[in-house]
Design a protein around this ligand. Structure first.
Ligand SMILES: [Zn+2]
Length: 302
């Protein structure tokens, strides 16, 4: 037995503090924020990643194995977004509650409408394409509302005593998200149609564009997960110059050397998109969406 396993085995023998709250661990801060709102006082919630880390290639801390070993429920994004780092940690946690298909494992992607589901086999030459569809649905309040409702049902199954509380908090959250979503869709729809085109960095913003009625004629990455090359950047610049409102959207964890050059050469506005809810700062998921949509609307309205 390796020393780390021994330490873990000993930790598991320690009595846990008596508490009725369901222990939820979410992979991403936006999922954690949704779980905190639905769980209320009946759940404790931790996020495995901070918001400014690229969830495709996260360097997840080994200390999370202990957190996972004590969890009652693991909430993951799914669609292979966390495939590079989550499976090994779950395996090491030896927590049977979190096994695939168990009540303690919640895959948010199973309850949302998926975009960019590839037809036929996925070819590595297409870049970092996720075979089940594009996994970046947490930029859409309609998807988050569906996640909140389904999460309440799951929490109620794990902790039936507090079922009514989970359901009513989720219903309130989903209603608020859907009405906010509709109001933003309407505000963007009021812009001239030609203004509603933006350049994005990675194909991670398609759900955001779908929600706000934006088109993204070109991405700075030539293929998902593939770094920009000079020939493609020239193409992006040419396309950018055709747009009436020149806006580049990029999540905060991607490198900005190419995009800041594009912004300078194309006289464009580079908008940094929050990669996730500032869960660690006590922010709500809707705060995250507001922080994203407000500067885009302002830039396209100018
Ligand atoms: Zn991606």
């Amino acid at each position: 037995m390796k020393l780390s396993h021994l330490v873990l085995a000993l930790l598991l023998l320690l009595p846990l503090p008596a508490s009725a709250a369901v222990k939820v661990v979410a992979t991403l801060p936006s999922l954690a924020a949704i779980a905190r709102e639905v769980g209320g006082a009946d759940a404790t919630v931790e996020s495995m990643l901070p918001p400014n880390i690229d969830p495709h290639f996260a360097d997840a801390k080994p200390s999370l194995v202990v957190t996972l070993s004590r969890a009652d429920l693991l909430v993951e994004n799914g669609l292979e977004l966390e495939i590079g780092w989550l499976p090994a940690l779950v395996l090491q946690s030896r927590n049977a509650k979190l096994a695939q298909g168990a009540n303690g494992r919640f895959d948010a992607s199973t309850v949302v409408r998926r975009l960019e589901v590839p037809r036929g086999a996925v070819d590595r030459a297409q870049g970092d394409v996720h075979p089940g569809g594009n996994p970046h649905f947490l930029y859409d309040p309609r998807a988050a509302a569906a996640v909140a409702r389904a999460l309440a049902t799951r929490l109620a199954a794990i902790d039936p005593t507090h079922a009514a509380g989970y359901q009513s908090r989720a219903a309130a959250m989903a209603t608020e998200l859907e009405s906010f979503g509709r109001a933003q869709t309407a505000a963007f729809a009021a812009l001239p149609a030609a203004n509603r085109a933006v350049v994005t960095y990675h194909r991670s913003l398609i759900y955001l564009c779908d929600w706000l009625g934006l088109t993204s004629p070109i991405s700075v990455e030539p293929r998902p997960g593939v770094a920009p090359n000079p020939a493609h950047v020239a193409k992006v610049l040419a396309q950018l110059k055709t747009l009436p409102k020149r806006v580049i959207l990029q999540e905060e964890f991607y490198p900005t050397s190419t995009t800041s050059t594009l912004a300078r050469l194309g006289s464009a506005t580079l908008i940094s998109i929050e990669g996730g809810t500032r869960f660690d700062k006590g922010k709500r998921y809707i705060d995250h969406l507001r922080a994203i949509s407000a500067p885009i609307l302002a830039a396209l309205s100018r």
